[in-house]
Design a protein around this ligand. Structure first.
Ligand SMILES: *[C@@H]1O[C@H](CO)[C@@H](O)[C@H](O)[C@H]1NC(C)=O
Ligand SMILES: *[C@@H]1O[C@H](CO)[C@@H](O)[C@H](O)[C@H]1NC(C)=O
Ligand SMILES: *[C@@H]1O[C@H](CO)[C@@H](O)[C@H](O)[C@H]1NC(C)=O
Ligand SMILES: *[C@@H]1O[C@H](CO)[C@@H](O)[C@H](O)[C@H]1NC(C)=O
Ligand SMILES: *[C@@H]1O[C@H](CO)[C@@H](O)[C@H](O)[C@H]1NC(C)=O
Ligand SMILES: *[C@@H]1O[C@H](CO)[C@@H](O)[C@H](O)[C@H]1NC(C)=O
Length: 276
């Protein structure tokens, strides 16, 4: 949790100078990146001119994923941290026993973001499609899991399957392939009733005792490839990388080289030398 908190604090620091610089540079619609005392990195923002629009809870200065008013009893997904270097953000996904896999997929996917492959989901109930011989995904400490189930008030399902039967999908955690997003099709084949919660795997993919539950990592991208002009939107000193998006289309990301900070976008803060 520590580095999430740290990152969050970093983004809470006002970036007024750079914001007004970006606003003044013109060239297209203005994107307001302020939510109360919080400034989010480009391409996120809270006005129609922003490529990826978020909602703002002004009372707590908290960015939230655009709220879809159907399905899972009005869960809002707060953005806990952004990492412009990896083009990822961490959002909350509180334990729930009434959030189906398609609901979770819909809530956590957008035109320019999707759940990253470093996120592990815990599915429960039914799971008739699970292939036992393919090996269990991963194990969770029993006390941790029972606490999660208690928090979510999970009841045994109709056919008497134990409420504590939880399947963990960590397929992508151990193997970093080129594709960076969660494969929902695979999860849907397991036919589980709901997505209990999720976790984000650290780089070592070990089951560290500090593993945080109730959070998911989403990756974001901008439309178009670096080659077809998309890269022009990256700052001159940023790197443009093509990325395969969940729809199968290619998108791109702007990133700063090691030692530089910023969102890498010419319409945002670009890349600049850190203050440390
Ligand atoms: C809301 O939650 C209740 C109880 O947890 C559940 O029975 C109901 O299906 C949920 N509604 C939706 C739309 O998910
Ligand atoms: C952001 O992502 C980069 C690349 O994955 C990583 O090296 C860095 O530690 C991350 N920063 C934070 C604060 O987590
Ligand atoms: C990018 O393309 C997707 C469809 O492929 C669309 O839903 C989304 O709004 C586009 N994003 C921007 C910023 O134009
Ligand atoms: C209950 O559900 C489980 C998992 O879907 C299934 O394996 C089992 O056969 C079911 N039991 C009954 C009595 O239907
Ligand atoms: C289950 O997994 C095993 C081992 O990976 C595989 O050989 C088998 O075909 C799978 N069965 C089904 C029904 O997917
Ligand atoms: C990772 O995935 C690649 C491609 O799917 C495969 O060739 C490789 O053996 C995998 N590595 C591990 C450690 O599973």
């Amino acid at each position: 949790m520590h580095h999430f908190l740290l990152l969050f604090l970093i983004f809470l620091l006002p970036h007024e100078t750079s914001y007004y610089a970006a606003a003044a540079s013109g060239g297209g619609d203005l994107c307001s990146r302020r939510c109360g005392g919080t400034t989010v990195p480009y391409p996120f923002g809270f006005s129609p001119g922003c490529p990826i629009a978020l909602s703002c809870d002004a009372s707590t200065s908290t960015p939230i994923l655009p709220y879809i008013d159907i399905g899972d009893n009005g869960t809002m997904h707060r953005v806990i941290a952004f990492n412009s270097t990896s083009s990822t953000m961490v959002v909350n996904l509180p334990p729930s026993c009434s959030r189906s896999v398609p609901e979770a997929r819909r809530e956590l996917s957008g035109g320019n973001y999707g759940v990253s492959s470093r996120t592990g989901l815990f599915l429960r109930g039914g799971c008739s499609g699970i292939n036992a011989s393919a090996g269990a995904g991963c194990s969770v400490p029993v006390d941790v899991m029972s606490r999660l189930l208690r928090t979510a008030h999970c009841a045994a399902n109709s056919n008497g399957t134990s409420a504590s039967t939880v399947v963990c999908d960590a397929s992508a955690a151990g193997n970093a392939t080129a594709y960076q997003f969660l494969r929902w099709e695979k999860l849907e084949k397991q036919k589980c009733d709901d997505v209990l919660t999720s976790t984000v795997f650290v780089l070592t993919a070990e089951w560290a005792p500090t593993l945080e539950f109730g959070v998911a990592e989403l990756g974001w991208w901008l439309n178009g490839t670096c080659g077809t002009g998309g890269g022009e939107r990256c700052a001159a000193n940023a790197m443009c990388t093509d990325v395969e998006t969940p729809s199968g289309e290619l998108g791109h990301r702007c990133g700063c080289v090691a030692g530089m900070e910023g969102d890498g976008s010419s319409a945002g803060d670009g890349c600049y030398l850190g203050e440390s």
